[in-house]
Design a protein around this ligand. Sequence first.
Ligand SMILES: C[S@@+](CC[C@H](N)C(=O)[O-])C[C@H]1O[C@@H](n2cnc3c(N)ncnc32)[C@H](O)[C@@H]1O
Length: 368
Amino acid sequence: MAPNSKLNAKRKAQRESTKPAKPRTERHTLEHDKPLAISSIPFELQQLLLNIFRNAFAERLSSDFGPLLQEVKGHLYNRDFATAFGKTEYLEAYAARWSPSRALGYLELFWDLKEQFWRIEETDALDGERSKSRKVVCLGGGAGAEIVALGGLQKIMSDPDAASEGRGNDRKMEIVAIDMADWSLVVENLGKHLTAAPTLSKYASAAAKAANVPLINREDITMSFHQHDILETTTPEISTHLAEANLVTLLFTLNELYTTSLPSTQKFLLHLTSLLQRGALLFVVDSPGSYSSVTLNGAEKKYPMQWLLDHTLLKQANGNQGVRGQDEVPRWEKLKEDGSRWFRLDERLRYPIELENMRMQLHLYRRL
Ligand SMILES: C[S@@+](CC[C@H](N)C(=O)[O-])C[C@H]1O[C@@H](n2cnc3c(N)ncnc32)[C@H](O)[C@@H]1O
């Protein structure tokens, strides 16, 4: 075999191993709360994504990680987010501990919801020339789970087979992470590891060196970070990012916003509604059974997070509390919801510290 075809064969083998499985036709469990083990994301790609975290935070994970993590946990438990997210060691410990399993869980969601994502893009294509890039704005996304998940999604979608199935591998991805804490170093570090080949030992074989390529080509993805409190007045720069977004994510962040201030969160969601373009998606993931308290006429009442969200987007934004004015048309439709979904880690996956399965509620809306 000529050297080039050898290299091509190696690359093909690598692509094959990160190709997603055919969509599952069935996902059911006898007990609703029992975690499901099967993932539509190939094991090899999942391991590559965990390696991104392992390499990005190698120093943190090899030093005295336990006590540092205990300190972060303590501040999170006390809801002292300013301290928990107040210094680089804490941010890195948080990202190394909680973001890896979330990244895998989010990638599975992004992939399993591809019909919704691509159907929208096809519809948009009818309106004019298809955009060359997908823009994703991750609100509360500084800790990197959604960034690495989107990197994995871009990897899957840039597979030549995806192009032949009409999913278009020519589209680049622009990720904008917005968060009130200063996650800039974490985002930069993860971005570097997503787009650079891992450092190999000097004893690595020639074959390992030849197969050692970045997860994603640098030109296929861009990442930026903006430190901003989304419950404060939106700056022109943030408004522009939101106005251009194809997808906005609020992953394990909305309930925190509601807890900070329910009226400010509702105001922000309505402002987001006015900024987003037609066809843009809003994807919300959080812990199942999240509640927020509302005080009405002096009496406190608890509402489930998804009820508040539906109320704001499908009632308030869609036409004043459900009573439509003359020129009021619905501004959101709900594409998908699931009140309790498990992501279970494959037991073969390797990471320096123990990771956990996760259970989530998810909601996907489309701006009309
Ligand atoms: C529980 S963490 C979730 C991190 C990440 N999205 C994930 O799923 O792993 C919540 C994040 O939301 C951010 N956050 C909370 N309130 C915010 C606000 N008002 N504006 C911007 N970011 C906020 C926090 O700083 C934190 O990074």
